[in-house]
Design a protein around this ligand. Structure first.
Ligand code: OXD
Ligand code: MN
Length: 604
């Protein structure tokens, strides 16, 4: 199908004139096209076809060792006024940055094909979805985008002659001279740019072929650019998983949850409840777009169509539903290769295979002192293959969000769970969200890293204005019903360094309390930090956690919280006067309540 969309046609023509590809291919998104591109990448030595008896229609790719992860120091937000980008972003002047990048793009696709990928973030035609078009010279990007988003003719049709789309330009930055042989993973490691121009809006990515640097629908569009659109248009683009929770009576709620990296977001998204009769289903594991419907209900879609998950650590023990999603039709990046052409990564099995090909294409044996898979090795899996995918995951209307959860890795201070009594205080809690690095050496103190709403690397504008946007949400729709806000911490440790809470499927006990808070049946006690589960309100039937540990998990240590106060204030100070006055007031009140409680506990 061709398009008559003038803006799209002109843009493709202009980019082609700049990048000078040998050919242009408009992706239709079909299986046939996908199979042809995969075969081509296989012939080029980029893709390794995995054992069809074990992993049908699946491929392994080894990247260049200089191109294995998102590059935050090469990620830019270009706005006319630097204050717009804020201290949380690397600011550049848009005119200067475009001039620099145009020089790099000039002729950068020589010897390659430029692929045009129309894609929809969200179910095609959903009022919450948005369209983008990515131009790329990487087959790896095309086949990954086909899993991670909806691509092809159906999107062009939805775009129509006059539809708006976000321009996403990507090149690996490795032109080929006539007759020059390609490498398996072309990139330009010395010249990476992941640039965002929210005023266009557009994304210009150069030099990297990996993950969020190259699959521009994900972090670049669905978070950085979308957050600026959401602010303007009165909705929310968040770094959150979405899950459906059904109680034994068959009643269902949906919750969204924001956690910094390495806090088990994908595990929670695909949780298997241990509580009898409870069911959890996955809508998404990474990104959540929320808009009010005409009744003032906040409804969410997962803008993605796949999971781009970290492979190491994923196993039948830690996340059986993720493992089952990987049975076929997946792309693996920087995992290790087994002798019988399957993939392996650290912790997949208790015993590693006797011999592997590592992600560096080297022979690997257990005990050789190297990791077989890169620590950021990934699987790209279609979401529809997840055995607990929610029946409404592609509902264009989205799912109603009843609760938002924040959390982090906090060995101390933060209780297992508590609730914010209102939206403003909930926003405050999100703004001081932090994750603690575990003490590397005995006696060393954990370092708190503030990552508000888990959006620090992904908010496309000034974080202080982002907090103001959160505070403005209740006023953005008549009869706005805001979700309840909760804070959770699965990672609390005892004084002697034991995990106090078993986590994983047992987290369903905390979800049950949250469900019952929303239903109005669970008891909570007021404390200086918010509403804590009343004694006995968390269902511990059949759980092997000592009563004493439960008490510790659900205690508020005012003195410990007060110790964080200087760091919280320093965190706020980074954003200067962009921090809304309402949050400063919440912080002052928070401190006063804690001081009163600390005094009561220790009146000296
Ligand atoms: C991700 C991330 O890859 O948050 O999802 O870094
Ligand atoms: Mn993420």
């Amino acid at each position: 199908m061709m398009t008559n969309n003038r803006k799209l046609l002109d843009w493709v023509k202009n980019v082609a004139a700049l990048c000078k590809p040998d050919a242009i291919h408009w992706c239709d998104g079909s299986q046939e096209e996908n199979d042809r591109l995969c075969a081509q990448a296989e012939a080029a030595g980029t893709f390794i076809r995995l054992n069809p008896a074990k992993r049908p229609n699946s491929f392994l790719v080894f990247s260049d060792p200089a191109d294995v992860a998102r590059v935050e120091d090469r990620t830019f937000v270009a706005t006319t006024d630097p204050r717009e980008a804020g201290p949380n972003n690397n600011w550049r002047d848009p005119v200067e940055l475009k001039a620099t990048m145009r020089k790099l793009y000039d002729g950068c696709m020589r010897g390659r094909t430029m692929y045009v990928i129309p894609f929809s973030m969200g179910p095609i035609g959903s009022p919450i979805a948005h369209i983008g078009v990515e131009l790329t010279d990487s087959i790896y990007v095309v086949v990954n985008m086909r899993i991670m988003t909806r691509i092809g003719d159906a999107v062009l049709e939805a775009l129509g002659d006059n539809g708006e789309f976000v321009e996403c330009l990507h090149s690996v930055g490795a032109p080929l001279a006539p007759g020059q042989k390609d490498v398996p993973w072309p990139c330009n490691a010395e010249n990476k740019y992941i640039s965002h121009f929210p005023e266009d809006p557009s994304i210009w990515s150069y030099g990297s072929g990996y993950g969020g640097n190259a699959l521009l629908g994900k972090k670049c569009f669905a978070l950085r650019i979308a957050s600026t659109m959401a602010r303007r248009q009165g909705w929310m683009a968040e770094h959150m998983l979405i899950l459906g929770l059904t109680n034994p009576a068959g009643q269902k709620i949906y919750v969204a949850a924001a956690f910094p990296s390495a806090c088990g977001k994908t595990n929670l998204a695909m949780l298997q409840p241990t509580l009898p009769g409870w069911k959890a289903e996955c809508v998404g594991d990474d990104i959540c777009w929320m808009k009010f419907d005409q009744n003032g209900q906040l409804r969410a879609i997962n803008p993605e169509a796949g999971f781009f998950g970290v492979a190491p650590g994923t196993s039948m023990k830690s996340n059986p539903n993720a493992m089952r999603s990987l049975r076929a039709n997946c792309i693996y990046t920087n995992c290790a290769l087994t002798a019988d052409n399957d993939v392996w990564w650290e912790e997949l099995t208790d015993e590693p295979p006797a011999e592997l090909t590592s992600w560096k294409r080297e022979k690997w044996t257990p005990g050789c002192g190297q990791k077989a898979a890169n620590p950021n090795a990934r699987y790209t899996a279609p979401a529809r293959q997840c055995p607990v995918i929610d029946p409404a995951w592609e509902d264009p209307a989205g799912v109603p969000i009843a609760a938002i959860l924040f959390g982090g890795r906090r060995p101390g201070t933060v209780p297992l769970c508590f609730e914010a009594p209102n939206w403003q205080y909930g926003t405050f809690l999100g703004s001081i969200q932090a994750s603690e690095t575990t003490a590397a050496a005995a006696g060393s103190v954990g370092v708190l890293r503030y990552d508000p709403m888990a959006m620090l690397p992904f908010c496309g504008y000034n974080m202080g204005d982002y907090f103001a946007h959160w505070l403005s949400m209740p006023g953005r729709a008549p009869n706005a019903q805001m979700p309840r806000v909760f804070f959770v911490n699965w990672f609390r440790k005892s004084a002697d360094g034991r995990w106090l809470w078993p986590g994983f499927g047992e987290n369903s006990r905390v979800l049950k309390w949250i469900f019952e808070r929303i239903e109005g049946t669970a008891a909570a006690a007021e404390t200086p930090i918010g509403l804590l589960p009343a004694p006995g309100a968390i269902d511990v039937a059949g759980l092997d956690v000592a009563a004493e540990d439960m008490r510790e998990l659900l205690s508020v240590d005012a003195a410990a919280w007060l110790k964080d106060l200087p760091a919280i204030r320093a965190h706020y100070d980074k954003f200067g006067d962009a921090i809304p006055a309402a949050l400063h007031k919440e912080l002052d009140d928070f401190e006063a309540r804690l001081q009163a409680a600390a005094k009561q506990a220790d009146p000296r």
